[in-house]
Design a protein around this ligand. Sequence first.
Ligand SMILES: [Zn+2]
Length: 101
Amino acid sequence: MPICENCNHQWSWKQTIKKTTTLNPAMTCPYCGEKQYQTQKSKGRIGMLTPIVLLPLIIQMFFDVPAVILLSLFPILFVLVLFLYPFLVKLSSKEKYIGEP
Ligand SMILES: [Zn+2]
């Protein structure tokens, strides 16, 4: 779970979801009120979760799986990604555009 770089408080799962689902890249820490940004690295890691949601389509390419099963997989995988995702969020006090290792 993400830790605020300013006050070192750990955000809860619910708080993380709430803060990261807005379009605003600046997220206000619920503890100290400072603006926090998601690091590029954590954005990259979250991007790697996306293929999990597309997994049923890949399965379909190789195996003859009934569509009903595949369709029921989508919400399960979506919930799984949503559950995992706050664990990958890393916060920084600075908004970095380029050059972050
Ligand atoms: Zn804070």
